[in-house]
Design a protein around this ligand. Sequence first.
Ligand code: NAD
Length: 260
Amino acid sequence: MSVAICVLGPTGRMGQQVLAVAAEQPDVRVGSAADRPGSDAVGAEVAPGVVATADLSAALAAAEVYVDFTTPEGTAAAARAAAEHGTAAVVGTTGLDAAAEDALVALAERAPVLVAPNFSPGVNLMLALSETAARALGPGFDLEVAEIHHRHKRDAPSGTALAVGEALARGRGVDFSKARVSSRDGDVGARTGDEIGVLALRGGGVVGEHTAYFFGAGERIEITHRAESRAIFARGAVRAASWLAGKAPGRYHMRDVLGL
Ligand code: NAD
């Protein structure tokens, strides 16, 4: 039996990709779609026989798993509505605020929840490699992260850059919230050994590029991932939705889906 998914923001950049991937995958089918009231998507047929609705609750009730690439407000609203129905959540929205995080924590008591700042298998491997490299190289190496995204991206640094920073911090054995230095400007002084710098560039149509830097005395290692198509995120999200259906309530990660 295929898993019925609800696609939020079906006419968004990612929503369209999710619909395209779902149409090709035999293990999932689009059961419903929802967008915010007033969106042009509402009333449109976004998949064969599926008309997007502004009634979030009804759309979530019609699916086992919903796939959310929207906005932090959209994520909070969907998680609250999903808790009424026990609908499983695959969330790719980035820049989540406390309200969205709290709603997802509450939903995870009722349903399986998987939040990933990046659904690409390559990036998830990069996270594992970055942690291993930071641990292996030790404190003699300075750790930095840089990311580049298209001009429309709203949040900065990207959720993935922060995830790379977290991975580096885990490998180094430091607290990322204390080690993180976002960009640098002015007389900021010499870099300390434990800090992890994070730099964001924006422009053009860049789908997503992330580099973890390991600067040693006399050598430098870089681990770079370049996304060339949004389809990689949609494929990962649809794979996660299929994997998540029927799991016990709680929080899951892409590394669980990929077996990393
Ligand atoms: P977009 O602006 O093209 O699409 C967002 C869609 O969400 C729009 O169609 C909008 O109408 C809809 N929406 C807004 N509020 C809603 C609500 N309350 N309910 C339902 N739908 C609602 O944006 P995008 O480029 O598709 O990106 C969306 C999010 O996904 C961003 O946060 C982006 O950073 C993130 N993203 C994550 C990954 C990943 O792998 N995790 C990959 C790409 C993008």
